[in-house]
Design a protein around this ligand. Structure first.
Ligand code: FCB
Length: 448
């Protein structure tokens, strides 16, 4: 079937369609109604951390405009909405006193979704750790297990009676790698001595979060989400092939395998042996949890080459801009088969119950002309990636849903506002929302 003829009905009644967002990227109201400071509030204030020194204090102002956005979602036939909970809106200093205004806000969002026939999907942690906890070491401090337990428990009790779908973490590889090794995301830490404990504690919290939700909400469907990219050798020689294997272990396997009881991929990435220093007796058992679903988030593929200069890994990514390929504004290669290969790869783990694509999308330089945004690049991107998901489903692979990243243009972390990912355009001066051509297409695709 031609990709343009495909519509949601071809995937069957039970296939889940939705859009994904994250609190820090859309809410704004950073200092209102008792919200505490998160590591991203702090990080965005640093010099040279964010492109153009863009700030997220207002962002999309979803905090005040959630109803407008949910009504837009409804008009687009979107039935599932994934959003995250800002930890510091609920517990301003990470633990202790609960901010009732924060609880009310999310209860209002949930009520509004339900009123408009939209299913809320909650991500507990989408990167905005309370600054007060970072001051005690954040993810590098094993006490995060207690802090995260408290946060999860408060959320489960406050929202669990009306929210069925939960995800514990968003992309632990990205928040530990970019935040605690490369220093390009909050909290801006570097070095292996920060990265390794952050990894192990995130893996523990991931499973612990799952256990808490299952105990408190026995009917909930519980998942967690992973970034993943198809990884291949840049050149077909021994050194690049070996480098690609290491990069694959680090980027695609590091967080899922301990969760499934397979341990850390130390054979392929020997430096991970140093995780031992942080592993206590019984931990590897505690790292496991039988999630109802695994969320995969795929945007691109990576080509890897051997590099003598990269410490520990001896491997590096060859940027898309150096490979003469089609790219998005993020310099991510447009490569639709990547999403198929990721579904295939994760379907091969017999311990995974279900796979849902919890993010996929593209950033381009969208412009309003005569009141319209004609984003054909994004429309094609979505059609082609969705066609690959269809192929996977046709072949009987274990994929059960797909969420577009994202509803509206928003604050794209270190890239600020210049990377627009939305189905809906936002003018960040007036906050006016304009449905893009891709949004209109998605609405038609879902209607069929
Ligand atoms: C993912 C993040 C999400 C968004 C997209 C573009 O890595 O989970 O918040 O920034 O990338």
């Amino acid at each position: 079937m031609a990709k343009s003829e495909l519509n949601a009905s071809h995937f069957g009644q039970d296939f889940i369609w939705g859009v994904s967002t994250a609190a820090f990227q859309i809410e704004g109201a950073s200092y209102s109604h008792g919200k505490g400071t998160s590591i991203w509030d702090t990080f965005t204030k640093k010099r040279n951390a964010i492109r153009n020194y863009d700030q997220a204090d207002i962002a999309c102002d979803f905090y005040h405009r959630y109803e407008e956005d949910i009504i837009l979602m409804k008009s687009m036939n979107i039935k599932n909405f994934r959003f995250s909970i800002s930890w510091t809106r609920i517990l301003p200093t990470g633990t202790g006193t609960v901010n009732e205004k924060g609880i009310s806000f999310y209860n209002n969002v949930i009520s509004c979704c339900l009123k408009h026939g939209i299913e809320p999907w909650i991500t507990l942690y989408h990167w905005d750790l309370p600054q007060a906890l970072e001051d005690k070491g954040g993810w590098t401090n094993r006490e995060i297990l207690d802090w995260f337990t408290e946060f999860t428990t408060v959320c489960a009790k406050a929202f669990g009676s009306r929210v069925k779908y939960w995800m514990v973490l968003n992309e632990p590889m990205v928040f530990t790698g970019a935040g605690y090794f490369l220093g390009v995301h909050a909290p801006g830490k570097k070095r292996l001595r920060n990265f390794l404990p952050a990894v192990h504690h995130a893996v523990l919290c991931q499973a612990e979060g799952g256990r808490i939700l299952r105990r408190l909400l026995p009917h909930a469907k519980i998942g967690t989400t992973f970034s993943c990219s198809q990884i291949t050798a840049y050149k077909n020689n021994k050194r690049d092939i070996k480098a690609a294997k290491k990069a694959d272990a680090l980027l695609n396997r590091l967080f899922i395998e301990p969760t499934l009881g397979l341990g850390y991929p130390i054979n392929d990435v020997p430096v991970l042996k140093r995780l031992k220093a942080f592993i206590k007796p019984g931990d590897m058992e505690r790292c496991t949890f039988n999630f109802d679903f695994i969320g995969l988030q795929n945007y691109t593929r990576e080509k890897i080459t051997h590099s003598f200069f990269v410490p520990y890994l001896k491997a590096k990514i060859v940027k898309a801009s150096k490979r003469n390929v089609n790219t998005t504004l993020m310099d991510w290669e447009v490569y639709p088969p990547s999403i198929y290969h990721m579904v295939e790869k994760f379907s091969a783990y017999s311990q995974i119950n279900k796979i849902i694509i919890t993010e996929n999308g593209a950033a381009f330089k969208d412009e309003i002309k005569n009141g319209e945004v004609d984003d054909q690049h994004r429309l094609n991107f979505l059609q082609e990636y969705i066609a690959q998901v269809y192929k996977a489903k046709q072949e009987g692979l274990n994929v059960h849903g797909y969420f577009v990243w994202t509803l509206t243009d928003n604050f794209e972390w270190a890239e600020g506002y210049h990377a627009r990912f939305g189905l809906i355009h936002i003018d960040f001066k007036t906050l006016k929302r304009t449905l893009k051509a891709s949004g209109k297409w998605f609405a038609r695709f879902l209607k069929e």
